[in-house]
Design a protein around this ligand. Structure first.
Ligand code: NAP
Length: 339
């Protein structure tokens, strides 16, 4: 068996373990009682958490609207009356997804590995001339790929984190123009369960050292959490908030590129442990809309509730968030708007 294949199988086994075990063990989290606790839980659906809500006049932007929890998020927000701007990697994908849900939707193109596309997407959204009440940074790739660079940086990090930073920073004035703008970062528990021990291994972002797909995914999801934290400090406001969520282990297309035994386990056997799409979208929809948590910022949510993490983690590490922000500014250069 060649090294690559052996490494893949080892990763597969550890990946299934890291994915499945927390579902049985409570994931090392408990309610963060500094914030309001909701009546919802892991089995709540996006429709349930918005029942009776009228979102007419509100605008949401959902990245990755054509698949998985992004699609369900768009569907439910539009059903409740919001105008939803849905992004797809091609206009065709975004258009088909938008046309398949009821309510008011606008398709736009966003390819997160291409920073020009991120800027162009923001420009297209600005032309719509509406404040953004809910910016839901949902699109992402899973941890099933071989090492690749995009814009000189490890690709999962580029797609899941850097591309969203470019988009967010260009759209920030529109979110700040909303009466109460909410930014929701779709992170993952892998941000503390699979990230490198030091959190972000800055000296290994360009493939300088060992590549572990699960660590790369964990690192990208930790970066989502640290960006959320940094934004909450930067905005320093209850008017415009920034929170990170974990949707749960959800039956989506994220494992589509997983191959072999692991692919079979992940996409079939493990389905019994997964949330449905309706349940998986609930937390991000709750955090984007619910009046109970108005003004809450810089928090971590899962199962529709704010959580503290009772395991070693870097999710709330302000010094690391600041360092990541400085490195990010350097990596993105002119792709970031002047502030
Ligand atoms: N499913 C889970 O168990 C789970 C757990 C924790 C966190 N999450 C997070 O939940 C979010 C949504 O994932 P999902 O599970 O719903 O997966 P999914 O069904 O695969 O949806 C992912 C979405 O992201 C889009 N996307 C992928 N690469 C992109 C790129 N380079 N540029 C722009 N868009 C891109 C996809 O577009 P295409 O369809 O065109 O590829 C798709 O619309 C992700 O951030 C993921 O990390 C998921």
């Amino acid at each position: 068996m060649d090294m690559r294949r052996r490494h893949f199988i080892q990763f597969a086994i550890s990946g299934v373990a890291v994915t499945a075990l927390p579902a049985c063990s409570g994931e090392g989290t408990s309610f963060d009682t500094r914030y309001p606790i909701s009546p919802y839980d892991a089995s709540s659906t996006a429709e349930e958490v918005t029942e009776g809500m009228d979102l007419s006049g509100k605008t949401a932007l959902v990245t990755g609207c054509n698949s998985g929890v992004g699609y369900e998020t768009m569907r439910v927000l539009a059903m409740r009356g919001a105008h939803v701007i849905g992004t797809g990697r091609t206009m065709e994908k975004a258009r088909i997804a938008c046309a398949s849900v009821g309510g008011e939707t606008t398709p736009v193109v966003l390819e997160l590995s291409d920073f020009d596309s991120c800027v162009a997407c923001a420009e297209a959204v600005k032309e719509l001339g509406r404040p953004i009440d809910m910016l839901i940074l949902n699109a992402g790739v899973g941890s099933f790929s071989a090492f690749e660079l995009a814009n000189g940086v490890e690709k999962i990090f580029t797609v899941n984190y850097l591309g969203h930073v470019v988009l967010t920073m260009h759209l920030l004035p529109l979110v700040q123009a909303a009466e109460k703008g909410r930014i929701v970062h779709v992170g993952s528990r892998m941000g503390y369960m699979a990230a490198p021990e030091e959190g972000i291994d800055f000296d290994n972002l360009r493939g300088e050292g060992k590549y572990s797909p699960s660590e790369a995914y964990g690192r990208s999801k930790l970066a989502n959490a640290l960006f959320s934290l940094k934004l909450s400090k930067m905005l320093n406001s209850e008017k415009t908030t920034s929170n990170v969520i974990h949707p749960g282990f959800v039956n989506t297309n994220i494992g589509r590129s997983a191959e072999g035994v692991f692919g079979y386990l992940y996409n079939n056997v493990a389905n019994a442990l997964k949330k449905t799409l309706e349940e998986g979208a609930a937390t991000q929809v709750y955090v984007a809309t619910n009046p109970l948590i108005e003004g809450v910022t810089g928090a971590y949510f899962k199962d529709c509730n704010p959580m503290v993490i009772n395991l070693p983690n870097h999710m709330f590490d302000e010094a690391l968030a600041e360092r990541l922000w400085q490195e990010t500014r350097f990596m993105l250069g002119d792709y970031l708007p002047a502030v």
